[in-house]
Design a protein around this ligand. Structure first.
Ligand SMILES: [Zn+2]
Length: 447
């Protein structure tokens, strides 16, 4: 049982605004702009009660799922039923595990390190997703759309978390998954989950951008379905990350939501979630988004903070200076500057969602800053001292909050939610950190 015609796709450029039916697999409009999933119906705030009750799942995996529990707020399948059999025909879920354990926690040792009152700091570990990162939130929805359009194969370019998540859902749904990687540049260990889930690895001569280009061509020419974060349905699932945070705060907006910045899919989805909730009357205050880049992969920070050609790039109500971005990328190419950080999850020079990210920052009066690798390792390690696992890129949220407090941008009595994007997949990082007694939280082995 579905409601027809409520959901559709629309170009993000307000001057363009091209629309497509929800079954379209385009990731761009014909003029090359990114697309949004749009909904005509305004979801009633009575659903807050429904979502709360679903936490007692009563045997429904779609209530257990931290993604599908909020299904009315991402209802691109246009389902209008609680019937589990009916839901199963449409919704893709790894037995309700995606998002199930991800919610904000208070972590006193992290709060002490940051210098914020413990009750004001919330950290949300997305590493407790079945494939170990936040990607499962958006992959559940992207693969749902792939199933809706009858795709036989999903395709991505990835060197880590995306391929793990795509491979996992594809295997569980019995569809094929192709993963494009730059030949000879990826440590095989980073692909171990993709191999484990039976994905087909395809090596491409060139760099990551070349691998992405080839994966998009493959999708176009051989009926593949693209699941990189340019896919607007990925963004829909990732909206549930702030949904879960807000629900645990009784829909009282925090002052800040803080993310590590890579391809900017998270920034984009958080911005879209907040725009919709505000428009629908679900929240009265708009939290500010803070994006934390690595110093070695600081495209957004450089452009946003006017460190390139002295211009601070803004969404500018839908008229961003895209030529400035092009000139910045040409500058990177000309100078041979490649993104470089040990936090590989955010080692990205050309964030695919930069325009949606800028839109999110404008809507939320956001800020962007950078942190160093050694700071991120401290952030990662202090999370561990609270009994929680996280990857190095997640440490950026922790030390980013600390830096913004020290700079007086985040106030000491602000309520802050930091997103920890994934669990540790590089086993040697904590070992090396703790073996060096000079590191702030190191506990070296004794003999
Ligand atoms: Zn357009």
């Amino acid at each position: 049982m579905t409601m027809q015609g409520d959901a559709f796709l629309r170009c993000i450029d307000p001057q363009c605004g091209l629309e497509y039916p929800i079954e379209s697999t385009n990731v761009q409009c014909t003029k090359g702009h990114l697309l949004d999933v749009k909904y005509k119906k305004k979801p009633s705030t009575d659903l807050k009660e429904v979502f709360y009750k679903r936490r007692n799942s009563e045997g429904s995996i779609f209530n257990e799922s931290g993604v599908w529990r909020f299904r009315e707020l991402l209802n691109f399948c246009q389902i209008d039923t609680e019937n589990i059999e009916e839901c199963s025909k449409y919704l893709v879920s790894l037995d309700g595990a995606e998002g199930r354990q991800s919610k904000p926690y208070q972590m006193s040792k992290a709060a002490e390190f940051i210098g914020i009152t413990g009750k004001n700091l919330w950290l949300q570990p997305e590493g407790y997703n079945p494939s170990g990162s936040f990607k499962d939130n958006g992959m559940a929805t992207a693969v749902t759309h792939a199933k809706m359009v009858g795709a036989k194969k999903i395709v991505c370019a990835s060197t880590g978390n995306t391929s793990a998540s795509a491979g996992m859902f594809a295997a569980n749904e019995g569809i094929n998954c192709d993963v494009y990687i730059p030949a000879g540049q990826i440590a095989p260990g980073k692909l171990s989950q993709a191999y484990q889930f039976g994905a087909q690895i395809l090596e491409v001569d060139g760099n990551f951008d070349d691998a992405l280009k080839q994966s998009l061509e493959d999708a176009r020419n051989h009926q593949g379905y693209t699941v990189n974060s340019v896919n607007p349905f990925r963004i829909e699932g990732q909206k549930t990350i702030p949904f879960r945070a807000l629900e645990y705060l009784n829909w009282q907006s925090p002052d800040w939501i803080v993310y590590p910045g890579g391809a900017l899919g998270n920034t984009s989805s958080c911005g879209k979630a907040l725009m919709e909730l505000y428009e629908w009357g679900w929240i009265r205050k708009i939290p500010r988004i803070a994006v934390i880049n690595s110093e070695g992969a600081s495209t957004l920070s450089d452009l946003y903070n006017g460190k390139f050609e002295d211009e601070e790039i803004r969404w500018n109500k839908g008229k961003p200076n895209t030529e400035l971005i092009s000139r910045y990328y040409n500058h990177l190419d000309k100078e041979g500057i490649r993104p470089k950080t040990k936090a590989t999850a955010i080692q990205i020079g050309r964030p695919a969602n930069i325009l949606k990210g800028l839109r999110a920052l404008e809507f939320t009066n956001g800020v962007v800053t950078t942190v160093s690798d050694s700071e991120m390792l401290d952030g990662m390690s202090v999370v561990g001292l609270n009994g929680f696992d996280c990857e190095m890129a997640s440490g950026a949220s922790v030390v980013g909050i600390k830096k913004l407090i020290n700079e007086g941008i985040i106030q000491k009595d602000d309520v802050v939610v930091g997103i920890l994007t994934g669990r540790q997949k590089d086993a040697m990082l904590p070992v090396e950190y703790h073996q060096n007694p000079k590191n702030r939280f190191a506990r070296p082995p004794k003999n």
